[in-house]
Design a protein around this ligand. Structure first.
Ligand code: ATP
Length: 385
């Protein structure tokens, strides 16, 4: 049997990028031989094994044949006679269809190395059109490698358009769509994925609420700006990015598309909050000055955001707002000013406390009313120079 390193690891090594995961293909072997050598079978639909020591994935070389629509409509054939070239041919992109042998030789039957040099995402064969997940993968790779100068080959984009016109994107199941979108959101240039989906027509099928919105270009610019937001442990903040993308849509549209794609609640809730707060302060197309200086509206903003009980989420929303405001060309000084005022408003109102005597003397609704009154006073004082 011969063992080859394949796919992303070969691609990333040639690109000089860190290799995240190594996948292997085994040619000329049977499942029994691999199990006899101590590999553990894990594949449900086709034979994949885990190496006894490294736990890396080893798959028997296989062929795929499309028998029904959708991404599950494949039958897989594997036997010791399936060649490496045949296995590589069923892969999506030429840059993902290279292998390296045990003695270090590059096996590149479909021109992956030339396409890496030309910075092109090109499909391996017409069989590309058999799996609509590949449309999403191309969009994701376009985003991931955008800063390296990659673009989608014109003939691949055309093939993706043909697939969408033929209704292939309708067969995508929500879990796969969201999985790929979330991976795309976590890249350095997430807006590229959505641009590619728009260019091939898939955005109109998968996210029609966004595709038909007049603010699509601004939404993509806001998504780009939002990549500056990271989580406390320095990871890409995908809920913030999702919220920056969708914040200008009506709340009902956000709700509908998040339900349809089974988007996690953290992403959905932040997007809805951004839409509602954005509507309250009059999106960033004009200066939010009146909000920042109007104690009533400022307090309403903090109340809607539940800013005192959810300070982290509020901070995250403020970052989303900044990304959107910058995308809408609000002057930098105005963005900084609004941010400073809002942060000061949170601090001032969070410091408001009722005395033990007040709490004892009043009932529930009166306590809430007094607290609100004190918070308003704190905001009015804040306004004064
Ligand atoms: P990553 O670095 O994100 O893991 P990867 O290229 O290794 O990138 P995987 O999803 O791990 O991506 O897939 C491993 C390989 O399997 C790919 O390089 C590609 O050759 C092939 N592959 C995966 N999914 C598909 C698909 N839907 N159609 C065709 N080939 C695919």
């Amino acid at each position: 049997m011969q063992v080859y390193l394949v796919g992303g690891a070969v691609r990333d090594e040639l690109l000089g990028c860190p290799v995240r995961e190594r996948d292997w293909v085994v040619v000329g072997a049977t499942p029994a031989e691999l199990e006899g050598a101590g590999y553990r079978a894990v594949g449900r639909e086709f034979p994949v094994f885990l190496h006894p020591q490294t736990q890396e994935e080893y798959a028997l070389a296989r062929l795929e044949r499309k028998v029904a629509p959708g991404y599950r409509g494949f039958v897989t054939e594997f036997s010791p006679t399936v060649t490496l070239e045949e296995d590589l041919r069923r892969r999506d992109l030429t840059i993902n269809a290279m292998a390296r042998s045990a003695d270090g030789q590059l096996v590149d039957p479909y021109g992956g190395r030339a396409d890496l040099a030309a910075r092109l995402l090109r499909h391996v064969s017409p069989a590309f059109s058999e799996d609509p997940v590949r449309i999403l993968r191309v969009a994701r790779f376009a985003a991931r490698f955008a800063d390296l100068g990659f673009s989608v080959a014109p003939e691949t984009l055309e093939l993706m358009r043909t697939m969408v016109r033929a209704g292939e994107a309708d067969a995508l199941v929500s879990e796969r769509v969201w999985r790929e979108l979330e991976l795309a959101l976590a890249t350095d240039r997430p807006e590229r994925a959505f641009e590619v989906l728009d260019e091939c027509g898939a955005l109109a099928v998968l996210l029609p609420e966004l595709a038909t919105h007049p603010g699509l270009a601004t939404a993509l610019a806001a998504l780009h700006r939002s990549t500056a937001v990271v989580t406390t442990d320095g990871q890409p903040d995908t809920p913030a990015r999702w919220a920056a993308l969708l914040a200008a849509l009506p709340a009902a549209a956000i709700e509908a598309l998040c339900v349809r794609l089974r988007v996690p609640s953290e992403h959905r809730d932040l997007a809805l909050l951004a839409a509602r707060l954005g509507a309250h302060i009059g999106h960033a197309s004009h200066l939010p000055e009146p909000v920042a200086t109007d104690a009533e509206r400022l307090l309403a903003l903090l109340e809607m955001a539940d800013a005192w009980r959810r300070p982290e989420r509020f901070g995250c929303w403020l970052e989303v707002w900044r990304a959107r405001a910058a995308a809408e060309s609000l002057p930098h000084a105005a963005i900084e000013d609004f941010t400073t005022r809002v942060a000061a408003a949170v601090r001032a109102t969070a410091a408001v406390r009722l005395t033990a005597a007040q709490l004892q003397a009043l009932h529930g609704p009166d306590i809430a009313a007094l607290l609100r009154q004190r918070r308003l006073e704190a905001l009015r004082i804040l306004r004064q120079p």
